[in-house]
Design a protein around this ligand. Structure first.
Ligand code: ZN
Length: 249
């Protein structure tokens, strides 16, 4: 059977639960063993070498089903108490890992604009319309992101020999990803990443810059990443824990 035909959703029973996972076959030179990931939103992704039999993948998932079930449960519990934004005064806004309060000021002649003032992110708007406030907030995040990412990309790239010129990046609001790197070397970064502490931003930028050397998640990719940021796994774990908060809208 064509290995690609096995890609996609599969299920394994665990007690009276169903573990649903998404199988992604990868060329054997990229992925050398079966790896199970629980994403921050509770999705289960399984990477497996193209040569692995489905029975082996299922056995690997079954063997770790207790661990998977616990992590999926924790992810769902975290999501449950993160409510969607209403764009009203008092809501929390995160920037560089610090928490600010949203303060909406309605002024008939105001052009919708957001500004940081001490512990508040003040948004002036001509009327209290969630759509207007949301777009002023998005503009503010985008402006901060452009500023912070430009500065941090320059700093993070200094020791990386394979980077000759600072790579261009574009900004795109995304709900499941902090960044990506195309095979042609173009970086796409999520403006909401500026909500996270600087060390998390640096980790994501370094991860994407390492893709300019290795266009995959191979062992060599992780070796390069670890050489430049030995503690990346802890930084990533802390970022994942806060993902729902930072990606909230
Ligand atoms: Zn990557």
């Amino acid at each position: 059977m064509n290995a690609d035909a096995l890609n996609g959703q599969h299920r394994v029973a665990y007690g009276d639960e169903q573990i649903v996972f998404n199988l992604r076959r990868q060329p054997s030179r990229v992925v050398t063993r079966i790896a199970i990931h629980v994403e921050p939103d509770g999705r289960v992704e399984v990477d497996a070498p193209a040569s692995a039999a489905l029975a082996d993948v299922v056995a690997a998932v079954r063997k770790r089903s207790r661990w998977i079930s616990q992590h999926v449960g924790a992810a769902k519990a975290r999501l449950a108490h993160v409510l969607p934004r209403e764009y009203v005064s008092g809501e929390s806004i995160h920037y560089l890992g610090r928490r600010y309060r949203l303060k909406v000021i309605v002024q008939a002649d105001a052009r919708p604009v957001a500004k940081l003032r001490a512990a508040f992110l003040v948004i002036s708007a001509p009327e209290h319309d969630p759509g207007t406030i949301r777009s002023a907030l998005d503009t503010w995040y985008r402006d901060r992101a452009r500023e912070v990412f430009t500065q941090r990309l320059a700093a993070v790239a200094v020791p990386l020999r394979w980077i000759r010129h600072q790579p261009p990046f574009r900004l795109q609001f995304m709900t499941r990803q902090w960044g990506s790197c195309s095979t042609s070397g173009r970086l796409t970064l999520n403006p909401w990443l500026v909500a996270a502490p600087r060390e998390a931003i640096d980790y994501v930028l370094l991860h994407e810059l390492c893709h300019l050397k290795h266009h995959n998640h191979s062992r060599n990719f992780y070796a390069t990443l670890s050489r430049h940021l030995p503690g990346w796994a802890q930084v990533k774990a802390r970022l994942d824990e806060h993902a729902e908060l930072f990606l909230r809208r």
